[in-house]
Design a protein around this ligand. Structure first.
Ligand SMILES: NC(=O)c1ccc[n+]([C@@H]2O[C@H](COP(=O)([O-])OP(=O)(O)OC[C@H]3O[C@@H](n4cnc5c(N)ncnc54)[C@H](OP(=O)(O)O)[C@@H]3O)[C@@H](O)[C@H]2O)c1
Length: 265
């Protein structure tokens, strides 16, 4: 029985990951808020592959979301051997000017629900000879990022947590992999309100299908982390060599300089 959960599967990278897992014969539980988009994805998957695709429309910023999801698995006797914690987004703006509520909701999706879901599902994952967790971080974790302070810190959390959990689980059947993409051609920039940066991002963006393939390849090969794309991989290396005091100025030069004036004090 091959079953997998993908959060944030209504579009973008999560949708691409879901298609790749369906190609590999996994029955899927697709999770996000947009019911219609989820249904469209599930229908396309069922039409193209001989797998089952179910959907659960839920807001992962709600503290109870992980419990709702785990209950769904119990009720449907869904026994995943793959958990992809992909759902996530950024709020762009100065920390003091973004509302606490919007930043708290983002933190809950990017970190809180990821943790709760992983905690709740570990026992289910242990029921299989081999099981996998794929957590999606970001190259924005490579340096402090003014105007995306909470988002970049949330992705630092995801990378660090993934590596620690991987070590803790090293003698079990569960392998934990962190997927750390740079810019990907999805709705991420629009949701963050960063359209002004789209032309710059376009130069570096990777296709979600390619990132999904590289992420899953690393996951099934039980790798600790994958940073798709050579420029992204290189920026990871450089970020370990260049002092934060310089990196933060470079990052601010890209993100803070173009922040719409209404957001700058
Ligand atoms: N695109 C990039 O440049 C980039 C770079 C590095 C890392 N990443 C990471 O990649 C992951 C996927 O993002 P993406 O690029 O595919 O962006 P996207 O196209 O905006 O997709 C985000 C997904 O997360 C779901 N989601 C967002 N908020 C949610 C909530 N409150 N409850 C449930 N689901 C929610 C969305 O579904 P609904 O809106 O339907 O709820 C959607 O399925 C994220 O973790 C992101 O941080 C992206």
């Amino acid at each position: 029985m091959k079953q997998a959960i993908v959060t944030g599967a209504s579009k973008g990278l999560g949708k691409a990951i879901a298609f790749e897992l369906a190609k590999k014969g996994y029955d899927l539980l697709l999770v996000a808020r947009s019911e219609e988009l989820l249904e469209n994805t599930a229908t396309a998957i069922r039409q193209n592959f001989s797998v089952k695709a179910s959907t659960l429309s839920t807001d992962l910023s709600k503290p109870e979301a992980a419990t709702v999801l785990a209950k769904w698995c119990d009720q449907q006797n869904f026994q995943p051997s793959v958990l992809v914690n992909n759902a996530g987004y950024a709020c762009w703006g100065r920390f003091e000017e973004l509302t606490w509520e919007e930043q708290q909701a983002m933190l809950q999706v990017n970190v809180g629900t990821l943790l709760a879901l992983t905690h709740l599902l570990i026992n289910k994952l242990k029921q299989h000879p081999k099981a996998y967790i794929l957590n999606v971080a970001s190259t924005s974790s490579f340096q402090p990022l003014p105007t995306m302070a909470v988002y970049s810190a949330s992705k630092v959390f995801v990378r660090s947590f993934s590596k620690s959990l991987r070590y803790e689980l090293r003698h079990t059947n569960i392998s934990v992999t962190c997927l750390t993409p740079g810019p990907v051609d999805t709705e991420f920039i629009t949701r963050a309100g960063m359209e002004v940066l789209k032309p710059t991002a376009k130069k570096f963006e990777m296709r979600p299908e390619v990132v999904a393939q590289k992420g899953l390849k690393a996951m099934f090969n039980r790798k600790a982390e994958v940073i798709p794309g050579f420029p992204n991989f290189l920026s990871g290396i450089l970020s370990n060599l260049i002092p934060d005091s310089i990196l933060i100025k470079i990052a601010a030069g890209i993100y803070e300089k173009v922040l719409p004036s209404r957001k700058v004090k």
